[in-house]
Ligand binder design. Structure first.
Ligand code: UDP
Length: 399
């Protein structure tokens, strides 16, 4: 039988939406090896008219240099009064382009992992064929924007109970919502063991799975394999796919504090940051990386993860059992993620390099139980196999 076609709408606004689309793709291939053909579409680039089609390219400068403007846009479009016109405008701008892509690809299921490319593809799909299912996979953790709930989706998966409650408040039918977690790379899932990973990873589309997985590799061996000191307490610094935030200032403060630590700094696609970090003189051990394709390995090799409040990185760190220091959040969009981390007891928000150094110093005091407690909490709230759970629900929509 010919494979059934799935169309996933995402956009490269940050790294998280593509990471979620990739996680679903590899989970589909893993769970149902020959049943599906998956197509991913950057909804802004491929469906929006100019200048909206440039949104992915402007995301980094907009969120880095004018975060307050970004937060203002988030909040001002997220009230009972302003959401309906905002959603209608978004729909009007994207629907034609989405309809064109849907007619071309003739999907058997359409999935959105983006709050702004959600209502338009749903409406376009239902105009083309009302019997084809549409699903939204929410990738913000808590107190999420109402735009996620603006499509008449047949199924909505959400990462937490907080996001579920939010959907109920926005009037989305609870019987069509499921709390299943954030779709993250399959390498985090217990079902995905090293022996089955190798042949699968070679053909997997997920960038995160394109190196041999090592889920059970002891941290010391993993550190040695990654070129790190095997025995040294390891802090991982990352700023999403784009290398956002004051990573360099934090790293320099930690290095100057002369703690018994080593630093791994993942600059992502921020080549300028990477070049600076490689050029800097460091007192202690520092390992600088650009965009890595094996994030699960780097997370597992670390003891603490220092990051902005990106939902993908947060849930990946928790799946690896690692406590978090959030060094900041995008106004609006990532505020709920901070609430989630603090309420779950898996990390803290520390917004200055000095406060981060102090926190690490406190945690490193012998007999401090805080890290062990956060590790236990991380394992409790993590949903490492969420992508597999989600694709089972999506499969059931078709069959
Ligand atoms: N990521 C990656 N390699 C890198 C940096 C980041 O694969 O070098 C991935 C990371 O594992 C996560 C995503 O990019 O899945 C970042 O998503 P998040 O939601 O944390 O932040 P965003 O980039 O969307 O703001």
């Amino acid at each position: 039988m010919a494979p059934r076609r799935i169309l996933i709408f995402f956009s490269d606004t940050g790294g998280g939406h593509r990471a979620a689309a990739n996680a679903l793709t590899e989970a589909f291939h893993f769970q149902f090896p020959t049943r599906y053909e998956i197509n991913k579409v950057d909804g802004f680039k491929e469906c929006a008219p100019f200048p909206l089609s440039q949104i992915p390219a402007t995301y980094f400068p907009l969120t880095t240099y004018t975060p307050q403007l970004w937060g203002g846009l988030f909040h001002s479009s997220n009230s009972r009064l302003t959401l309906p016109p905002s959603a209608a405008m978004d729909d009007a701008l994207l629907r034609r382009g989405c309809a064109r892509v849907i007619r071309q690809r003739k999907p058997d299921l359409v999935v959105s992992v983006h709050p702004l490319i959600n209502r338009a593809p749903c409406n376009a799909l239902k105009e083309w064929n009302p019997y084809i299912p549409f699903a939204t996979v929410v990738t913000d953790l808590f107190d999420v924007h109402g735009m996620w709930f603006s499509a008449a989706a047949d199924l909505m998966t959400v990462p937490t109970q907080g996001a579920f409650d939010c959907g109920v408040r926005w009037g989305f039918p609870p019987e069509r919502m499921r709390v299943v977690g954030q779709p993250i790379a399959l390498q985090f899932a217990p079902q995905f063991n090293a022996s089955s990973a190798a042949p699968f990873a070679a053909q997997a589309p997920n960038q995160n799975a394109n190196q041999a997985a090592a889920p059970n590799e002891p941290p010391r061996a993993l550190r040695a394999r990654l070129g790190l000191q095997p025995e040294t307490f390891t802090l991982l610094l990352v700023g999403g796919g784009e290398g956002m935030g004051p990573l360099r200032a934090i790293a320099r403060a930690l290095d100057a504090a002369q703690l018994p630590i080593q630093l791994v700094i993942i600059a992502g696609r921020n080549e300028a940051l990477r070049a600076q970090l490689e050029h800097d003189a460091w007192r202690g051990p520092v390992n600088v990386q650009g965009f890595v394709n094996n994030m699960p390995d780097w997370l597992r090799a670390s003891d603490i993860v220092i990051t902005k409040a990106g939902p993908g990185t947060i849930m990946e760190a928790l799946a690896a059992g690692k406590p978090l220091i959030l060094n900041g959040n995008l106004p609006g969009q990532e505020e709920g993620n901070v609430t989630f981390v603090e309420q779950s007891g898996v990390g803290v928000l520390r917004t200055t390099p000095e406060a981060i150094v102090k926190q690490i110093r406190d945690w490193l005091v012998p007999d401090n139980r805080a890290i062990a407690q956060m590790q236990a909490n991380a394992r409790r709230v993590a949903r490492p196999d969420a992508a597999l759970e989600i694709v089972k629900l999506l499969d059931a929509l078709i069959h």
